[in-house]
Design a protein. Structure first.
Length: 148
């Protein structure tokens, strides 16, 4: 007869199994990314495998990803794979979209700066008017009292 497992033991075993499954999923995803020729990054692997960023940087997993990145970099520098024109076209399109977005943001920043300057000018005018009004009210009783 075997002894009954405690809830703590069951939980530890489930955690170990879950960890093994996630690590295996990361390695499988890494192989798939390499096979497809997709860029291998820690974030891309974590996202594709559906695991946390922490796991892909953990010892035992990190080394595999770094090796895959090195392998991919060596392949890219040798030029083993011909570059597709579609990739260059996509890159150019992305660049144009980003430039347009950047231009729009610059315009918004300029508009916000102008609005802020106008608002600060109004506040300064209000402060000066308040100070002048207060000073006049201070001087009026003194002037009225000295003339009487």
């Amino acid at each position: 007869m075997t002894s009954a497992r405690t809830p703590g033991q069951v939980l530890r075993e489930a955690h170990r199994k879950d960890s093994r499954d996630k690590r295996a999923r990361v390695l499988h995803t890494l192989d798939a990314l390499l096979t497809r020729g997709d860029p291998v990054t820690f974030t891309a692997v974590a996202k594709a495998a559906g695991v946390s960023n922490w796991l892909v940087y953990a010892p035992g997993v990190r080394e595999h990803i770094e090796a895959a990145r090195t392998q991919q970099a060596r392949t890219a520098t040798r030029g083993d794979e011909p570059r597709s024109t579609g990739g260059a076209l996509n890159t150019r399109t992305d660049l144009e979209v980003l430039r347009a977005y950047n231009q729009r943001l610059r315009g918004q920043v300029a508009d916000l700066k102008d609005a802020l300057q106008r608002q600060l000018g109004r506040q300064l005018d209000q402060l000066q008017a308040t100070d002048l009004t207060q000073r006049v009210s201070e001087l009026l009783p003194a002037t009225v009292g000295s003339c009487a």
